[in-house]
Design a protein around this ligand. Structure first.
Ligand code: PGA
Length: 249
């Protein structure tokens, strides 16, 4: 039985007082939650998040990282730096990184490898655009994005990771994939892993992301291959985030 996990992706939102107000109730409520809880904060707040969450049941992470260990890469942040702030997770290949910042499958795979080498759990995000879905390419696109990483790091390295299926057309749009639509892709992702290693496929936690809200979360999380959520907008409202965590059991 895979333990469910709910991760909040704050994106480029937050301020010192707002983060403190958001995390205070989450930290307390997390004590009574059955699922794992993670918050992925903007870089400048990692120190604050670390000090507010150390000793709690809430883990924290970043939203991206650079693939190199160090060097002349102005503005970038390495995996080891994230580790110094206690990050145990990092999002890799979020669709906004792919589309707005030009991250290719190869770059995403390199970032995944860098996170893992530093002992930080990558949450690899996969998902198709609306045009790709309408062209019947959903499984091909998601499969290609996943294969690029598996080929680079090897199937057993996937053990330390999580996957997140986030259809681009559902992110921040208020349009959630239906439980059946999401389940179909989650099952295909798991089947693709199982071709290489059945145990890895069985253990892999595959989160759903894209307009997850308290209403509807339970039904999504009840699907056989949906192991939790990656939550954007609703992760900025403590009551909503906690209601989604509760829906995860
Ligand atoms: P959303 O974002 O929940 O606001 O759709 C999800 C994400 O981008 O991870």
């Amino acid at each position: 039985m895979r333990k469910k996990l709910v991760a909040g992706n704050w994106k480029m939102y937050g301020s010192l007082p707002r983060n403190a107000a958001l995390l205070a109730p989450i930290r307390v409520a997390a004590e009574g939650l059955a699922c794992d809880v993670v918050v992925c904060a903007p870089f400048p707040y990692l120190g604050q998040v670390q000090s507010l969450l150390t000793g709690s049941k809430v883990a924290w992470g970043a939203q991206t990282l650079n693939e190199y260990a160090e060097g002349a890469y102005t503005g970038e942040v390495s995996a080891a730096m994230l580790g110094e702030f206690g990050c145990s997770y990092v999002l890799v290949g979020h669709s906004e990184r792919r589309s707005l910042f030009g991250e290719s499958d190869a770059t995403v795979a390199a970032k995944f490898a860098a996170a893992q080498a530093a002992g930080i759990r990558p949450v690899l995000c996969l998902g198709e655009t609306l045009a790709e879905r309408e062209a019947g390419q959903t499984l091909a696109v998601v499969g290609r994005q996943l294969a690029a990483v598996v080929e680079r790091v090897g199937i057993s390295a996937m053990r330390a990771a999580l996957l997140a299926y986030e259809p681009v057309w559902a992110i921040g749009t208020g349009v959630t994939a239906s439980p059946a639509q999401a389940q179909e892709v989650h099952a295909a992702i798991r089947a693709q892993l199982a071709e290489r290693d059945a145990a890895v496929a069985d253990e892999m936690r595959i989160l759903y992301g894209g307009s997850v809200k308290p209403a509807g979360a339970k039904e999504l999380f009840a699907q056989a291959d949906i192991d939790g959520g990656l939550v954007g907008g609703a992760a900025l409202v403590a009551d909503d985030f906690l209601a989604i965590c509760q829906a995860a059991g």
